[in-house]
Design a protein around this ligand. Structure first.
Ligand SMILES: C[S@@+](CC[C@H](N)C(=O)[O-])C[C@H]1O[C@@H](n2cnc3c(N)ncnc32)[C@H](O)[C@@H]1O
Length: 220
């Protein structure tokens, strides 16, 4: 058994996924109400803040499958230092922190700018008994990830504003260890990011997985 399959983490994840499912109709309605300009702006490098502020009550989580993949990648890489762009309610964070616990410890830096989500995620991490492994950086990740990073990052989850993926990658890149893994959700929204991680000349090997994810590895 793993930390994922046992209490308190397992029932907390069950509750969070149930809540996410119940929120789906309202979320779909909210997305349908967006104008084409709003949609484009939501993922641009400039217009994301307003979009995520409107989505502050929605968890927008990774799927259980993606969560399991994150857990397996972190265990397999024996990750000790993980960075996450986009905490939301903390579902993916729980998977990653559970892997750190089962690896024997480590540090997970996660980033969120919506105050209500931060408060909620913090309480969840305490209830899950994982808060000793998690540092929540409060504010825009483009700023909060510009300093105090671990010397060697093993694993990254990209799941915040898609237009910022290239910028966040640039901030983390000097600290990515050789063989570091980066999972990017909804990567198709960020063509510049995809072009970069699909370029061995720029130091990455990469492949699309699932519906809209990209798994990349730092080779240099
Ligand atoms: C798709 S959700 C993350 C879901 C989370 N990874 C999970 O699976 O539970 C994206 C989150 O990133 C946050 N976010 C987006 N851009 C951000 C930024 N530039 N800095 C900090 N947080 C950001 C949003 O507020 C939102 O809560």
């Amino acid at each position: 058994m793993t930390t994922l399959d046992t209490a308190p983490v397992a029932p907390i994840l069950d509750n969070l996924f149930a809540e996410a499912k119940a929120a789906e109709p309202a979320m779909r309605q909210a997305i349908a109400a967006l104008s084409p300009e709003d949609r484009r702006a939501s993922q641009s490098a400039e217009g994301y803040r307003a979009f995520y502020s409107r989505a502050k009550d929605f968890p927008l989580p990774v799927s259980r499958e993606t969560g399991n993949l994150l857990y397996m990648l972190a265990r397999s890489a024996n990750a000790r230092n993980i960075v996450e762009f986009g905490t939301s309610f903390g579902i993916s964070t729980l998977y990653l922190a559970a892997a750190l616990r089962d690896n024997g410890g480590g540090r997970l830096i996660t980033t969120e700018f919506e105050p209500s989500k931060i408060a909620r995620a913090r309480a969840t991490f305490t209830d899950a008994g994982l808060s000793d492994l998690i540092e929540i950086r409060d504010g825009d990740a483009a700023e909060t990830l510009s300093r105090d990073l671990p010397a060697a990052i093993d694993l990254v989850l990209m799941d915040g504003a898609k237009g910022l993926y290239p910028k966040i990658l640039s901030l983390l890149e000097p600290r990515l260890r050789q063989g570091a893994l980066i999972l990017a959700d909804n990567a198709n929204w960020s063509p510049d990011y995809l072009a970069r991680v699909r370029s061995p000349a720029q130091g990455y090997m990469s492949l699309a997985i699932g519906e809209d994810m990209e798994l990349s590895m730092r080779i240099g």
